[in-house]
Each structure stands twice: as C-alpha cells, then as structure tokens.
Design a protein around this ligand. Structure first.
Ligand code: PLP
Length: 387
C-alpha cells in the first residue's frame, strides 16, 4: 500500500531508510548512537535545535520517523517501553474521564489501568470488543477513549477496527489501538481510522529480544504535540543504544514477519491434527471465528499461536519438554519462545477475570521465530510425546 506520508515508497524500503539520513559530519550510513545527555550551545539561548537529550535526541528521532512512516502516520513518539507508551497515551486524559477497553488485554496494560490509573481517577469498563454492540453500549457521555488490542493477547481474538472507528466517532472519543502483535507489516490501524497506534517495540519491531521500548504513532498534529509534551514532561524516554537496536531490527521487519508467519501458518494447521492438542487459536485457521475479518483487516496472520491441552499438567509437560522453543515471556523475536500466559504474562490479572477471559490453566502461547520450520515442527512433535 502506498504511503501518504513522505515519498510513497514501499514498506521494505521505508523499513530501511525512513527517518534516517547519512550523518552530516562523516557521511556514516548508519544512524550514530548519540550517547550524550546534553549539547554545547553556540551562545546563550543559541543552540542548534538540540538542548537536552530528554527533549531532543537524533537517534530517537530516526526511530520515531521510521516507525511513523511504516504505520503511515505523520508523528512517532518513542518511549522507554511499550507500557510507558501506553501510560503516556493515558495521560492525555484527566481524572474523572471514562474509558472503554477490550477485556482481553496484555496483562501489564491491565495492571497499569487497574492498579495505577484508577488511583488517579480514570475509570475503565472492559468489554469483549469482538461484539461491537457491547462496545457501543459501554460508551457513556464521559467516555474519552476506546482502547483495543487486536489480535488480542494471547487468545488471538480479532476486533473489527472499522466498527470501532464508527463507535468512537459517534461517542466523540479517541480510538487507540495496540498493534504490537501484527506490526505495521500486517496491519495499519491508522488507515482504518485509529487516532493513535501504540507498540511495544520490544516485540516484532525490534525483533531480536535485546531491548525494551515503546512508541505511539498518530496523524493528528494536536495529539502529537501533546504526546511530545508528555514525553518530555514525564520523561520515560528510551536510551540511544536501544533506539539504535530497534532501528537495526526494523530493517529486516518484512523478512522476519513473512518467515515467522509462513511457519506459524504451517505449524498451526499441523497442531490442529495432534490428538493431545484440544484447541488451536490462530487467526489464519479457516475455522477461527473471525477468520474472514482477519483476512480483510490484516494482510497476514502474524507469528503467535495459542493452544490448549486436556489439563494444566499436560500444558506444563509440553512447555517443559520443548527444546528449541524457549520458555520465556515476550514474543516477536527471531528465536521461538513459549509461555504459560496464566502464570507468566497475565499473572497480574485476577484469577476470576482470567477465567472469564478464557485464560485457562491449560493454555500455552507460542511465538514462532525464524528458525528452520522443520526443526520447529520436530521440536513440537517430540514435546507432544511427553504430554
Ligand atoms: C509486551 C506488550 C506490551 C508492553 O510492552 P513492554 O515493552 O513490555 O512494556 C503491551 N502490549 C502488548 C500487546 C505486548 O505484547
């Protein structure tokens, strides 16, 4: 799809070049890691656009420009983590404001909303956003934001973003979408009417599991100005080395996403045929309840699969039996990972709510990396014999 931002170049070209210019002093092709906190001024009050690194940072600006271009957005504002990016977006609101959020959110996002932001007077209503009428019904005269994660983590439920856009418009509230699971390679929510897209750059965008970071992207100049103000005023900025690593990771985003998705499609289909596996959640499967919506809204199905076993003990035997898939939190790296969402990423969500959301004890999540597909399948096969 063509970009309306910048030069109309293709995705892979933008992933390598957008936001980046050869260093004016040396001609260095790669963006330098400007490891500095401050900048010398030419005279009192006369600087070169850079005063202090919390406020202005060139390595960070290159990352922001690149991700913004990939999302077809005009502004990127980077943060020290995905959680910090979501927190910054929430601080656009004020005490007393109401939000409607998807009920199947990343555990840390849920913890931020419930255990931190509620104390500052924000109130949240959680709904199953697969049901647009439920989202609409939750809107009050005071609802200022609709916050959605699609596909959801870890059950891979899909929310219709165009329907959310209409609801947000009628309610005069902002639509914010966490696009971490798809990356802009497979899904671009701003094109579907989102006001803000947030990412944990820790995951697919960086893709090498060697930094933690986040970013918010928007096409709205006013929102961007406020987020830029908050980035500086609150101060959860990423360091220069982390920005450099994310920029380097982005260069191979299309190749990594393609490979990870192709393997995930193959493995998901194969997993449905295994007796020990009682359910497979992957939007690329034809019997996934929102498969048709996923085909319309995304240009691929991503690299995350969740699956269920007969009971929690079987799930644990499977997880502990895997050898190439490493048992670890996180996803979206070149290496394959596996996790137990209930005990790991979503441990912060209260048990009753976890069960209501379908985050059962026998659920396992796989993040499919870019190793040889045959090796990954053999690994799953040998672990299944231990179940
Ligand atoms: C990991 C993750 C986050 C939080 O990002 P951090 O970089 O770990 O703070 C938010 N949303 C989703 C969907 C995630 O997977």
């Amino acid at each position: 799809m063509d970009s309306h931002h910048g030069d109309g170049r293709g995705f892979a070209t933008k992933a390598i070049h957008a936001g980046q210019h050869p260093d004016p002093v040396t001609g260095a092709v790669m963006t330098p890691i400007y490891q500095t906190s401050t900048y010398v001024q030419d005279g009192v009050g006369r600087h070169r656009g850079y005063e202090y690194a919390r406020t202005h940072h060139l390595t960070r600006a290159a990352l922001e420009g690149c991700v913004a271009a990939l999302e077809n957005g005009s502004h990127g504002i980077a943060f020290a983590s995905g959680t910090a990016a979501i927190h910054a977006v929430m601080t656009l609101l004020s005490g007393g404001d109401h939000l409607v959020a998807g009920e199947n959110l990343y555990g840390g996002t849920h913890r931020l909303f419930q255990n931190v932001l509620e104390r500052f007077g924000l109130s949240f209503e959680y709904v199953d956003t697969r049901d647009a009428s439920a989202a609409e019904a939750a809107m009050t005269g005071n609802t200022k934001m609709l916050f959605v994660e699609t596909p959801s983590n870890p059950l891979m439920r899909i929310t219709d973003l165009a329907a959310m856009r209409e609801i947000a418009e009628r309610a005069h509230c902002m639509l914010v979408v966490d696009n971490t699971f798809m990356s802009p390679f497979f899904q671009r929510p701003l094109e579907l009417g989102a006001d803000i897209v947030v990412h944990s750059t820790t995951k697919f965008l960086n893709g090498h599991s060697d930094m933690v970071g986040g970013i918010a992207v928007t096409n709205d100049d006013e929102i961007a100005e406020q987020l830029r103000f908050l980035q500086n005023a609150v101060g959860a900025v990423p360091g220069p080395l982390d920005c450099f690593l994310a920029l380097r990771g982005l260069k191979t985003l299309p190749l990594r996403m393609e490979r990870s998705e192709a393997t995930a499609v193959e493995l998901a289909g194969w997993l449905t045929e295994q007796d020990a596996v009682t359910a497979v959640h992957f939007p690329g499967l034809p019997d996934h309840p929102e498969h048709e919506l996923a085909r319309r809204q995304m240009s691929g199905f991503g690299g995350v699969i969740s699956l269920e076993f007969g009971d929690g003990a079987a799930a644990r035997r499977f997880l502990e039996g895997l050898e190439i898939f490493q048992l670890a939190e996180s996803l979206g790296g070149v290496e394959s990972l596996c996790s137990h969402p209930g005990e790991m990423t979503h441990a912060a969500v209260p048990v009753e709510q976890r069960e209501r959301m379908g985050l059962v004890d026998h659920l396992v999540r796989l993040s499919v990396g870019i190793e040889d597909p045959d090796d990954l399948r053999s690994d799953l096969e040998q672990a299944l014999t231990k179940v």
